[in-house]
Design a protein around this ligand. Structure first.
Ligand code: PSU
Ligand code: MN
Length: 305
């Protein structure tokens, strides 16, 4: 089935056609998650990491209304420089970017949708969106969670950042039938921290085991995604007290400035980065690289099982 809106780079298209391993990568993290030039530098290192493991990277965005799967270096550079001028795009926003031929940086939800359209099964990112703290009043629940219930893509992340309510995020995913797998861990990692007070649903210790679970799920026709939670490498994990203090402060500031809707997550991320003086940025970069490595290994295993 051809999709006139979808533009897959030749390298990625050939890989998909030949059932070679491909890893999808998001672009909100480039345009809204980090500053230029570290964002571009990181995006290119992530792609290189995927290649080192024998898979093909496919960074995904909307460029001049084209659903683009497999950005060139120039296109990554462009998005990184434009930064916040580029619209942050989730499921609801996609048709408007296409119809008006605008650029869009894709969130986890939107990247999953475009990856699924292209036939890519594995996706690496830093952190997924989730149920925000105070969601019982604000109803602020990321569209990423709903997407995990409907698109057939495995998302490798470093768990759930504690700007979110970890317990409610797990409850929401459970209701939606989305499995949360811990890679070599029994507890849900919390992004900057390797552990949290919550358990994952299943612990799997190898890319082969994860690939086998994905294959079973999709071959049976059980649609939807899977969260693969990969703890940050020990050497880059941050002390709880420092990060918790920064997160509490960022949440207060967001409240004080009346930040809401899609602006909330980027505001909190930027504020935490400022408050922790760049240490959190280094951790963030390292965990993304670590996730890219695992995602590529899973993609390779999925192709062979
Ligand atoms: N969490 C991070 N870094 C990020 C994001 C979340 O640690 O860059 C981005 C991702 O693109 C994610 C989006 O899909 O924020 C979620 O936004 P929202 O909460 O508005 O759904
Ligand atoms: Mn939200």
């Amino acid at each position: 089935m051809s999709n006139p809106y979808l533009h897959i780079s030749p390298e990625v298209a050939v890989a998909i056609e030949n059932n070679r391993p491909v890893v999808a990568l998001e672009s909100t993290i480039i345009a809204h998650g980090m500053q230029y030039p570290r964002n571009v530098e990181t995006a290119l290192r992530v792609e290189e990491t995927v290649r080192e493991q024998g898979a093909i990277p496919a960074t995904i965005a909307i460029l001049a209304g084209r659903l683009t799967v497999g950005l060139s270096q120039e296109q990554i550079e462009y998005l990184g420089k434009e930064g916040r001028n580029v619209t942050k795009v989730s499921r609801r926003d996609i048709p408007f970017m296409v119809a008006s031929e605008q650029d869009g940086a894709t969130t986890v939800a939107a990247t999953m949708i475009l990856a699924a359209m292209a036939g890519i099964k594995v996706f690496a990112t830093g952190g997924i969106g989730g149920v925000h703290r105070g969601a019982e009043h604000t109803f602020d629940i990321s569209a990423d969670l709903q997407e995990l219930a409907r698109s057939d893509v495995a998302v490798v992340c470093a768990g759930v950042k504690s700007i979110l309510d970890l317990g409610l995020t797990l409850e929401y995913l459970e209701t939606q039938g989305v499995p949360v797998v811990g890679y070599q861990t029994d507890t849900l990692p919390a992004f900057y921290a390797r552990e949290s007070a919550f358990d994952v649903n299943y612990r799997l210790d190898s890319p082969d085991q994860i690939a086998a679970a994905l294959k079973a799920k999709w071959e049976m026709g059980l649609g939807g995604g899977m969260v693969i939670a990969n703890p940050i490498p020990e050497a880059y994990a941050m002390p709880h007290v420092e990060i918790d203090t920064a997160i509490d402060r960022a949440l207060q500031d967001a409240d004080h400035h009346g930040i809401s809707g899609k602006a909330t997550t980027p505001f909190l991320l930027a504020r935490i980065s400022e408050l922790t003086g760049g240490e959190s940025l280094e951790s963030n970069i390292q965990l993304v690289l670590n996730n890219a490595r695992l995602a590529a290994q899973i993609a390779v295993a999925y192709c062979c099982c």
